[in-house]
Design a protein around this ligand. Structure first.
Ligand code: FEO
Length: 172
């Protein structure tokens, strides 16, 4: 059984995972508007992953006899100064998500809630990957700088990311 405090903290994290999906969809729209369809596609795939993350928490709260209480999702930004600024914003966001996952982990340890600790371990590893993939994207973008050819190639590369909408259904 989840403590009331842990249930509230996990519900808060459901909101942040859905917010992440919302943010990346907003970035997808930004890139689409710039004609960068590969970047847009990559962000849509990321939004699908974030929805899957939210649904993992959703299922876990129920599995532990808790109650899912959905919260208001803040409005994401819709414009950035440049594609690089947008990607840097995303990287900062992922660092913030990692901080939140770490805080949840510390709270679970303090409570002696081992089931939540084990559940969160997947997210700790996932955040290492998430920060790595956004970090690499930021570095690639810095290499491209103002080269239209470099941007074209990177856009083509990002278009190849699989977009698996079944991810969400599997986690529900
Ligand atoms: Fe679900 Fe990208 O953190």
């Amino acid at each position: 059984m989840l403590s009331e405090k842990m249930e509230a903290a996990l519900n808060e994290q459901i909101k942040w995972e859905f917010y992440s999906a919302y943010l990346y969809l907003s970035m997808a729209a930004y890139f689409e508007n710039l004609g960068l369809e590969g970047f847009s596609h990559w962000m849509k795939a990321q939004a699908a992953e974030e929805t899957m993350h939210a649904m993992k928490f959703y299922r876990f709260v129920h599995e532990r006899g808790g109650r899912v209480r959905l919260q208001e999702i803040p409005m994401p930004p819709e414009d950035w100064d440049s594609p690089l600024a947008c990607l840097e914003y995303a990287l900062n966001h992922e660092q913030e998500v990692s901080r939140r996952i770490n805080a949840l982990m510390s709270a679970a340890k303090e409570e002696g809630d081992h089931a939540t600790e084990i559940f969160l371990q997947w997210f700790v590893s996932e955040q290492v990957e998430e920060e790595d993939s956004f970090g690499r994207l930021v570095n690639q973008m810095k290499l491209v700088k103002d080269s239209p050819q470099g941007l074209f190639h990177l856009d083509r590369e990002l278009a190849a990311r699989p977009l698996d909408l079944n991810l969400m259904a599997q986690e529900a």
